[in-house]
Design a protein around this ligand. Structure first.
Ligand SMILES: Cc1ncc(COP(=O)(O)O)c(C=O)c1O
Length: 296
């Protein structure tokens, strides 16, 4: 039987089945909060410091005071992992606005809540998705403009992505690709997107309303080390559809090849040779202590 892992909730370690939040928490009422998804490979927390830096940046963007400083947060997270004892696992670190009243104003929420969930997860797009790739659609719903509640902030509000996933579900596809407010390619619902064009990597830029993904940065650096060209540049739908290879990347999705877009095959082979090389190199690097924090 799978064990019931411990969840950290505001300083207490409780079995996940007993972990609770208030019905008056603004995270629940309004998606008012922030989070990080982090993976552990071979007891190395991949890019933990980068995730914590981004969490505190997201907090600043929504004027949320995290009740723990960054070092104390790191210690709480590592203690949760030690108690659960997994070799490979996934962490969902959330900071919600905390308890308030039913009004929208966060001024009524005096203290944020910190929750650290640590479980083992299946691959985001199911077993075999890295070998056979996934089918996608281009969603009709667009990413919010950068002067709106953009996905640049890693907030608990994923309604925009959920609408796109629902559209993919209705069309029998595995996931959706979302365009930005100008009509350029942005990202997928919970991952960023990279295309291979003329043998080089082409990634939509941060200005295309995408999340500053830690995996994306890691993969682009890794590709450069392997000798591939890398361009961060606006991408049209035409360029995407003509690409030799397309893959999604993110903590949950890792590197997942895209087999088709709107029913049209991507390139001639899934995964393509570049994607295959990157998947293999990512598998080697992600468990090295230099790219993360070893659970002592
Ligand atoms: C909308 C969105 N884009 C991209 C990503 C990938 O980011 P990262 O590689 O930092 O996990 C995520 C991950 O949560 C996401 O939710």
């Amino acid at each position: 039987m799978t064990k019931d892992p411990f969840v950290y909730v505001d300083g207490e370690f409780v079995p996940s089945q007993e972990a609770k939040v208030s019905v008056f928490d603004h995270g629940l009422l309004y998606g008012d909060g922030i989070f990080e998804g982090i993976r552990v490979y071979d007891r190395v927390v991949f890019k933990l410091n980068a995730h914590l830096d981004r969490l505190y940046r997201s907090a600043k963007a929504i004027e949320l005071t995290i009740p723990l400083d960054q070092e104390t947060m790191k210690a709480a997270l590592l203690e949760t992992l030690r108690r659960n004892g997994y070799t490979d696992s996934y962490i969902r670190l959330l900071v919600t606005r905390g308890k308030g009243d039913l009004g929208v104003n966060p001024l009524k929420c005096p203290k944020a809540s910190v929750i650290i969930i640590n479980i083992q997860v299946e691959p985001m797009h199911g077993h075999g998705s890295k070998e056979k790739g996934i089918s996608t659609i281009v969603a009709s719903v667009r990413r919010q403009a950068p002067d709106s509640s953009s996905h640049e902030i890693k907030s608990l509000n994923y309604l925009n992505s959920i609408l796109a996933v629902l559209e993919a579900n209705r069309q029998g596809a595995d996931d959706a690709i979302i365009l930005d407010h100008r009509g350029f390619v942005a990202e997928s619902t919970g991952t960023t997107l990279v295309a291979v064009i003329d043998g080089a990597l082409h990634a939509p830029p941060l200005t295309a309303s995408i999340l500053d993904s830690i995996t994306r940065r890691f993969v682009l650096d890794m590709a450069q080390d392997l000798g591939f060209g890398v361009k961060e540049k606006d991408m049209t739908l035409f360029q995407l559809l003509m690409a030799e290879e397309v893959f999604l990347c993110g903590t949950m999705g890792e590197i997942t090849p895209v087999r088709s877009i709107n029913g049209q095959a991507v390139g001639t082979k899934t995964p393509g040779p570049v994607t295959q090389k990157l998947i293999a190199e990512f598998k080697k690097r992600r468990r090295l202590p230099q790219y993360g924090t070893k659970i002592a």
